[in-house]
Design a protein around this ligand. Structure first.
Ligand code: OSB
Ligand code: MG
Length: 368
C-alpha cells in the first residue's frame, strides 16, 4: 500500500470525573486522531496517548505533535509499505518518542486490516472472541468513598479491581478493601512512588493476597525491582519500566517482574506490543493490556490486542461510558458481565463518529 494522505485532528475531551494518581488529578484529555489513507481511499485510524504533562513518560501532547508532524509523517508519506511491521523499522532511526510513533503505527495497522478484509484482531493473530475487563480506580477522597466505588464496580461485573497507592495511602487502604471484599481479585498500582527504603512497608502487602503490585519502584529501574521481587511473595508487574521487547527480556531474565502490563503507546506500537506478548508467552509470563484514559479509537486498538492468547489477566480497558459522556466511535464500547466482545468487522471494527469528533475538534492538519 502507498500512504497517500494523513489527516491529523487535535481533540480535547473532558472526562466524567477526574482521575487521581500519586502525581495529581486529570480531567481533560487532549490527543490527536491520525487518519491514514492509502491509494484506494481506504483509511485507518489511530489515537495518540501522551498527556499534557510528562508525569507518566517523558512525552506530552506538544512533543507528540512535534514528532509526528516534523519527523514521523515525512518518513511514511508517499511511501510503499507492504506490511505494518515495516513501520517500526522505518521509525527506528528516531530515538524513543514511543507514544508519537504508536499513534501513526496503529493507524497503519487499522488501514492494513481494512485493505485485507479482516478485523484488526485477526490481522494481529487474536484468538479470543471476548475479553475480560478490570477497572483502574484513581485515588479517592476518603476510604469510605473508595469502598463504595469498589462495591459498585464489583456489582457491575468487573473482573478485577486495581487501586492506586502511594506513600501514606497504602497498607490501611488495602487492608480495609480486603476486609470488605475478602475474595475479589485485587491489585495495587504505585506508579513508581516507592524506593527500596520502603521495603518493610511493601512487605506488609504480602498479607492481603494481591494478584500483583504494579510498578512499585522507579520508572527506569529493573535492578531494584529484582531485589524487591526476591523478598516479596506478591508478584511484581512492570508498567513504566517496559518500553520495548528488549526491556521485557532483561526484566524477565533478571527476575524483576512476574507479569507485564502492555500498553501499545508506551512500547511504540502494535508490532512491539505483539513481540512483547510473544516473548512473555514463551517465558510463561502472563500479560494484560494497560490503559491511557483513551477515547474510543485507542480503546478499540486495545481490545484487538487483548484478543491475543497470552492476555490471560483482565486489562484496564473499560467501556466507553466509564470515562465519556459520549465516545467518538459508533457503536460505543460496552461491558457486559465483565466482558467486551471483540468486534468482527474490518479493522478496529468501530466507526469514528464524525459528529462527535467535530464537537471536540480544536484543529486539523492535512498532509499529502
Ligand atoms: O499506570 O496504568 C497506569 C492512567 C494513566 C496513566 C497511567 C496509568 C493509568 C491507569 C488507568 O491506571 C488506565 C485506564 O483506565 O485507562
Ligand atoms: Mg500502571
Amino acid at each position: 500500500m502507498i500512504i497517500k494522505k494523513i489527516t491529523m485532528r487535535h481533540l480535547k475531551m473532558t472526562m466524567k470525573k477526574p482521575f487521581v494518581t500519586s502525581f495529581g488529578s486529570m480531567q481533560e484529555k487532549e490527543f490527536f486522531l491520525l487518519e491514514v489513507f492509502d491509494e484506494n481511499g481506504n483509511s485507518g485510524w489511530g489515537e495518540s496517548a501522551a498527556f499534557k504533562a510528562p508525569w507518566y513518560t517523558e512525552e506530552t501532547v506538544q512533543t507528540t505533535l512535534h514528532m509526528i508532524r516534523d519527523f514521523l509523517i515525512p518518513l511514511v508519506l508517499n511511501k510503499e509499505i507492504s506490511h505494518p511491521d515495516e513501520v517500526s523499522e522505518i521509525f527506528a532511526t528516531i530515538r524513543k518518542n514511543n507514544m508519537a510513533k504508536a499513534a501513526v503505527e496503529v493507524a497503519i495497522w487499522d488501514l492494513y486490516a481494512k485493505r485485507t478484509d479482516q478485523s484488526l484482531s485477526q490481522a494481529l493473530g487474536g484468538v479470543t472472541e471476548k475479553i475480560e475487563v478490570g477497572i483502574s480506580i484513581g485515588i479517592q477522597t476518603t476510604t469510605e468513598k473508595l469502598l463504595e466505588v469498589v462495591s459498585n464496580y464489583i456489582q457491575e461485573g468487573y473482573k478485577r479491581i486495581k487501586v492506586k497507592i502511594k506513600p501514606g495511602y497504602d497498607i490501611e487502604v488495602i487492608q480495609k478493601l480486603r476486609e470488605a471484599f475478602p475474595s475479589v481479585p485485587l491489585m495495587a498500582d504505585a506508579n513508581s512512588s516507592y524506593t527500596l527504603e520502603d521495603f518493610e512497608l511493601l512487605k506488609q502487602l504480602d498479607d492481603y493476597q494481591l494478584m500483583m503490585i504494579e510498578q512499585p519502584l522507579a520508572n527506569d529501574d529493573i535492578v531494584d525491582h529484582a531485589k524487591l521481587q526476591k523478598q516479596l511473595n506478591t508478584p511484581i508487574c512492570l508498567d513504566e519500566s517496559i518500553l520495548s521487547v528488549a526491556d521485557a527480556r532483561n526484566a524477565i531474565e533478571l527476575g524483576s517482574t512476574k507479569v507485564i502490563n502492555i500498553k501499545i503507546a508506551r512500547v511504540g506500537g502494535l508490532t512491539e506490543a505483539k513481540k512483547i506478548h510473544d516473548l512473555c508467552m514463551e517465558k510463561g509470563v502472563p500479560v494484560w493490556c494497560g490503559g491511557m484514559l483513551e477515547a474510543g479509537i485507542g480503546r478499540a486498538h486495545n481490545i484487538a490486542l487483548t484478543s491475543l492468547p497470552n492476555f490471560t489477566l483482565p486489562g484496564d480497558t473499560a467501556g466507553s461510558s466509564h470515562y465519556w459522556e459520549e465516545d467518538i466511535i459508533s457503536p460505543e464500547i460496552v461491558v457486559v458481565n465483565g466482558y467486551i466482545e471483540v468486534p468482527k468487522g474490518n479493522g478496529i471494527g468501530y466507526e469514528p463518529n464524525m459528529k462527535v469528533i467535530q464537537r471536540y475538534l480544536l484543529d486539523t492538519i492535512v498532509f499529502e
